[in-house]
Design a protein around this ligand. Structure first.
Ligand code: ADP
Ligand code: MG
Length: 239
């Protein structure tokens, strides 16, 4: 059972800067939705609003049929992977993966089961006793994704998770994330400024510009029937 998200008439300003303007997005259960747009267009602000890390000025966020607009982040059933995937440097990979579960007082047997499951899925089983300093960039990013996976979330939120990786790793991890989505069927909202990443991963893309959604459609429609010149230029020309 996957979870859908409805975002209705969302607005947010930082002082005089109107960062999110009347955002309306409907994320189908199990969809891979990408928020795509140039730097500064409001992608992270929107993702943080969904996560509850940022307040909004008006509008509604509904997750799994429940209005969570004023709900604490921890009660929204989400797991987030950030661009700067700060792992705990003194803890082993195993501890990094289980840390959030321990804080939540998940029973030990369940913690071990979930860590083993995520480690298998991400092919990091042989890394469990290492520390982050002994891992490559790609391996660290796998651990960061694993940390979100073990939390058994209804929705995964990714904020430019691959932008710190080199081109080769980025391609590899793209394939990996796509596979994860296909295997798990979990709803994903994924932020990137990389058109190729968006076009290969998404079932649906919200192209953003200046705090607004210019077009919200599947990759093929965006490519064949761009609604604006901006969309045409943005998804038409590779990064
Ligand atoms: P993106 O993730 O698309 O690069 P952001 O959502 O981070 O864009 O930022 C959107 C706009 O809001 C930018 O102009 C940014 O400078 C501004 N902004 C983001 N966070 C803050 C903040 N905490 N205070 C003031 N302005 C902010
Ligand atoms: Mg951002």
């Amino acid at each position: 059972m996957s979870t859908g998200i409805q975002i209705r008439s969302l607005n947010k300003s930082y002082g005089a800067l109107h960062v999110l303007r009347e955002i309306d997005i409907e994320v189908d259960p199990g969809a891979f939705t990408v928020l795509l747009g140039p730097s500064g267009c409001g992608k992270s602000t929107l993702l943080n609003a969904i996560a509850g890390l940022d307040d909004v000025d008006s509008g509604e966020i509904v997750i799994g049929g429940v209005d969570v607009t004023d709900t604490e982040p921890s009660a929204r059933g989400l797991a987030m992977v950030f661009q700067s995937y700060a792992l705990y440097p003194t803890m082993t990979v195993r501890r990094n993966l289980s840390f959030g579960l321990r804080v939540n007082r998940t029973p030990q047997a369940e913690v071990e089961k979930r860590v083993a499951w995520a480690a298998d899925l991400l092919q990091i089983r042989e890394l469990l006793d290492r520390k982050p300093g002994q891992l490559s960039g790609g391996q660290r990013q796998r651990v960061a994704i694993g940390r979100a996976l073990v939390r058994d979330a209804k929705v995964f939120l990714f904020d430019e998770p691959l932008s710190n990786l080199d081109a080769k790793l980025r391609t590899e991890m793209r394939v990996e994330i796509k596979r994860l989505h296909q295997e798990l069927g979990t709803t994903i909202v994924y932020v990137t400024h990389d058109q190729i990443e968006a076009m290969t991963l998404a079932t649906r893309i919200a192209v953003m510009k200046g705090g607004q959604v210019e077009q919200y459609a599947d990759p093929q429609t965006l490519y064949e029937k761009p609604a604006t010149l901006f969309v045409a230029g943005f998804v038409g020309s590779p990064a």
